[in-house]
Design a protein around this ligand. Sequence first.
Ligand SMILES: N=c1c2ncn([C@@H]3O[C@H](COP(=O)(O)OP(=O)(O)OP(=O)(O)O)[C@@H](O)[C@H]3O)c2ncn1[C@@H]1O[C@H](COP(=O)(O)O)[C@@H](O)[C@H]1O
Length: 111
Amino acid sequence: MTKALDGEILDRLYDTVAARKGADPEESYTAKLFSKGTRKIAQKVGEEGVETVIAALAEGPENVASESADLLYHLLVLWADRGVKPEHVWEILAKREGISGIAEKASRSES
Ligand SMILES: N=c1c2ncn([C@@H]3O[C@H](COP(=O)(O)OP(=O)(O)OP(=O)(O)O)[C@@H](O)[C@H]3O)c2ncn1[C@@H]1O[C@H](COP(=O)(O)O)[C@@H](O)[C@H]1O
């Protein structure tokens, strides 16, 4: 996979997005989202999630991929808005590696 297509793009995109804080909303869509606040950003994440679901149920893989990209971008804007660093999320995912979701759910219902 090329550099542009691997997972590192999420880290780079996060840096780009975070650097848009305080930028001109007329020049940057990300800055426009930040200026509208958390509620609007969270709403966009919800909308893009729904659009991804619709694409999955009614459209082809190309559209699912495109809607997923919109969702990931808006999720990164939400992380930057709420002070969540990607490394934190990667750490959580890394800790879960090798733990079956079914076993994890069973351990929660036992406690
Ligand atoms: N990856 C993205 C990206 N994905 C989607 N979008 C934008 O997300 C918007 C989603 O479209 P919608 O129709 O849902 O949104 P809308 O109608 O404009 O907004 P609302 O009316 O819902 O408020 C479009 O304007 C897309 O261009 C993105 N905008 C920016 N980026 C990245 O962020 C970087 C910085 O962008 P700027 O902040 O605009 O400089 C870019 O170089 C890209 O790498």
